[in-house]
Design a protein around this ligand. Structure first.
Ligand code: GDP
Length: 445
């Protein structure tokens, strides 16, 4: 994917970091330097890189990392937050006019994917009970009108195109006529495709600005090919000066170019990325979520949500106590039970596992996961005496048999639980001491 290489490099940087416990200023500097190089190599704009790494460095050297249970993890979270920031922060939805029709104008270079996007947007809107109409105001490119008609046909959305001999060559006139046509027929969204050139030029800008003035759009979407590299920033700025736009659509995010320039566009222009286009089919299209894109780049899964849920469920004191127990090898079955009850508070285990990185490959295991397992585990532990819970080494054969009977399980079930507990305790001990655990079937987390 577009951010594949960048993603690989950032993930590698973090996995080096994860083998450390406390972070020295030199560790932080080394990490920040690697992040900077990875971003620059991915074509992210220099100013954006400077701001970004500056903030990451400052925060990584600060208190929030020093005090953290796991400093490396905290640094990853900081990078994630800052990345979301340069991608625009909050998700920005398409804005609809209070009085329909909502008018959306598309602008961008030729080949950026405007016409394709027009069809995608129309189909997406039609799927949400809107009644969009497409307007062919790209009268420069041969076949542009015909292409829009094809795309409209695929989307099942009508297309307004100039009648031969009437308004041909005058996109402003076509756009105005289209507005009247759309109002008369109660279309609630009008999507206007405009002409692009291969490069930025004055004539193109003037024409786009004229159309904009004539139809007073609610949204002007600047369509940007994520594969055009460093030129993306200059192009975006030229369009901002020439026409101005309210939002950005990144196209060809499925490509394998470095794509980092696309990462710069929101912070360079101050305009949000609203949609992402990820292929040639009309369905390859989605609203853009800065947080999800950041997670994808950092291969975090939806860990942020997970961390938030964990923070809600666990109180911090408790978490510190447990970590201490892990580290000193005094974690008991009683703690195991209370942890498990905490986990239950965090909601469905399946939902939770689904948010972990690498969860895609685990789908099958997730499908087979039986939540009743938790209930059984609880029953077994509750059938133990407090002394046994604190010290599983007491669990000889006759005790195991008693517990099995008491909980309605078999001795094999009891043995299995004790074994899992011992594995978990061992793994958590590694984590608590700053190491990387190896969860079977999951790879290092
Ligand atoms: P326009 O000149 O801006 O209207 O661009 P087009 O819509 O004609 O798109 C130019 C080319 O890019 C076409 O071949 C499209 O099929 C292709 N294209 C558009 N969007 C995407 C996308 O998200 N991914 C890929 N791989 N190709 C795309």
């Amino acid at each position: 994917a577009t951010f594949g290489t960048l993603s690989d490099r950032l993930v590698a940087t973090f996995s080096n970091l994860r083998t450390k416990g406390k972070l020295s200023p030199a560790d932080v500097d080394g990490t920040v330097r690697e992040i900077r190089r990875a971003l620059l190599d991915a074509d992210v704009n220099l100013d954006v890189v400077k701001q970004f790494t500056g903030r990451v460095r400052e925060r990584a050297l600060g208190d929030e990392v020093n005090r953290a249970l796991n400093p490396a993890q905290q640094v990853v979270q900081i990078v994630n937050e800052e990345l979301i920031g340069i991608l625009g922060g909050q998700q920005r939805r398409l804005e609809f006019a209070k009085q329909p029709p909502t008018v959306i104008m598309l602008a961008g270079l030729q080949g950026a994917g405007k016409t394709t996007l027009a069809g995608k947007l129309a189909k997406w809107l039609a799927g949400q009970n809107h009644t969009p109409i497409l307007v062919a105001a790209d009268l420069q490119r041969p076949n542009a009108v015909q292409q829009l008609q094809i795309v409209g046909g695929q989307a099942g959305v009508p297309v307004f195109a100039p009648e031969p001999g009437n308004g041909v060559g005058n996109p402003v006139r076509v756009a105005k006529d289209a507005m009247k046509y759309a109002r008369d027929r109660q279309h609630d969204v009008v999507i206007v495709d405009t002409a692009g050139r291969l490069g930025v030029d004055q004539e193109l800008m003037r024409q786009a600005a004229d159309i904009k003035r004539a139809i007073d759009p609610d949204e002007v979407l600047f369509v940007l090919d994520a594969m055009i590299g460093q030129d993306a920033v200059a192009t975006a700025k030229a369009f901002q000066d020439g026409v101005d736009f309210s939002g950005v659509v990144l196209t060809k995010l499925d490509g394998d170019a470095r794509g980092g320039a696309a990462l710069s566009v929101a912070s360079v222009t101050g305009r949000p990325i609203i949609f992402a286009s990820t292929g040639e089919r009309l369905d390859d299209f989605e609203p853009f979520y800065p947080d999800r894109m950041a997670s994808r780049i950092l291969d975090l899964g939806d860990v942020l949500t997970l961390i938030e849920q964990a923070q809600k469920a666990f109180d911090e004191e408790e978490a510190l106590k447990v970590a201490e127990k892990f580290a000193t090898d005094t974690f008991t079955l009683e703690d195991f039970l209370s942890q498990m009850q905490q986990l239950k508070k965090m909601g469905s285990l399946k939902g939770m596992l689904g948010m972990l990185p690498g969860a895609k490959g685990m789908r099958e295991q997730l499908e087979n996961f039986d939540e009743r397992e938790l209930v059984r585990t609880e029953a077994i532990i509750q059938s133990m005496t407090p002394a046994e819970r604190r010290n599983p080494k007491l669990l000889n054969g006759s005790r195991r048999l008693r517990i099995a009977r008491g909980s309605g399980m078999t001795v094999t079930d009891v043995n299995g639980l004790v074994q899992r507990f011992e594995q978990a305790a061992k793994m958590m001990k590694t984590v608590a001491r700053g190491g990387v655990p190896n969860i079977p079937g999951m790879g290092p987390v």
